[in-house]
Design a protein around this ligand. Structure first.
Ligand SMILES: [Mn+2]
Length: 317
């Protein structure tokens, strides 16, 4: 029995979701199952290749729905889980009892753990710590911006490595380890710490650059990281540097795409007035109400900046 698992790539919750599903499947469905992993990245006009669904079972975790008749399991918590109304209707009409969507969950990892425990008798065992941390990391449930930015916990270091590392074999190895070993053993192994070291240095530089270029007004912080070649940053840095920020908007460029990221400051007492996923959906993006993004084709810096500025204006109202 070979299971294809499609998971959200370069995301701690995506990796943890795949690990928890594997553990569940071996424990409750078939102890002889083997797994083939496929990391998925959000694309404008998402396309799922047919070869992804050639397993005996085909599973998607922490990633959008696909209307493929060979999809057998699906778990997601993203507000923008459906690309089209037809996708959502298709999901609502399916009756196999193995497809689950609940955007009230902070992490897909916890969604999988809770549902499989309730309906299939899954025992999370040593994965308890992993599930707990996936919920903190994906749901931004840190006690403070300081705790989120001054990365002290092993799980945070592993999350940073997973987000930055582009090596597919590394990800697959980590996912298999996470399904079998305690979280801290995986996070503190030399292979992970070796990858973390340069990231820590970059993280310190990013804090400095954002401090220098960010513009804050009316509770909205904006920064354009395109000139610095930065492809990602710890999304809590703006709240750490500028605690009066309600929302932040950033622009980044990679060789494949330009990206606008938007976030809400979870430590602000002020109530969130905007649904950030809805705002991003207007431009073909999506995510969660409190953190969302838009991917645009590369080499459209002018259009991207214009959209980002429009969003900044919208968030100020
Ligand atoms: Mn997630």
């Amino acid at each position: 029995m070979n299971c294809h698992i499609l998971y959200h790539d370069n995301c701690f919750d995506g990796a943890a979701s795949a690990a928890v599903f594997m553990k569940f499947y071996l424990q409750r469905i078939s102890s002889k199952a083997t797994f083939t992993l496929f990391g998925m990245a959000h694309q404008p006009n998402q396309h799922f290749s047919e070869h992804l669904f050639e397993g005996d079972e085909n599973i998607i975790v922490d990633f959008k729905y696909c209307r493929n008749k060979r999809l057998t399991w699906w778990f997601d918590h993203h507000y923008s889980a459906f690309l089209t109304l037809a996708d959502e209707t298709h999901f609502r009409q399916q009756q196999n009892g193995q497809k689950f969507f609940d955007p009230s969950f902070q992490s897909c990892t916890k969604l999988i753990a809770d549902i499989t425990e309730k309906h299939f008798g899954f025992n999370r065992g040593i994965l308890k710590e992993l599930i707990h941390w996936a919920d903190i990391v994906d749901g931004a449930q840190y006690p403070s911006a300081k705790a989120a930015v001054e990365i002290d916990e092993p799980a945070q270091k592993l999350a940073a490595v997973i987000e930055a590392n582009k090596n597919t074999l590394f990800h697959h190895k980590i996912i298999h380890q996470l399904s079998e070993q305690p979280l801290n053993d995986v996070a503190l192994q030399p292979m992970v710490l070796k990858y973390y070291e340069p990231l820590q240095k970059k993280h310190a530089e990013n804090i400095q650059i954002i401090q220098e270029v960010a513009q804050c007004s009316n509770g909205v912080t904006f920064f354009d990281l395109t000139p610095f070649g930065i492809e990602g940053y710890n999304k809590f840095i703006p709240y750490y540097l500028f605690p009066s920020t309600n929302y932040h908007v950033s622009v980044m460029q990679t060789p494949q795409r330009t990206k606008i990221s938007i976030g809400y400051n979870p430590w602000r007492k002020k109530k969130r007035k905007h649904n950030l996923a809805k705002i991003c959906e207007k431009y073909g993006g999506g995510g969660h109400p409190f953190v969302a993004a838009i991917s645009l084709p590369a080499n459209q810096p002018e259009e991207t900046l214009q959209i980002a500025k429009k969003i900044v204006t919208e968030l100020k109202t």
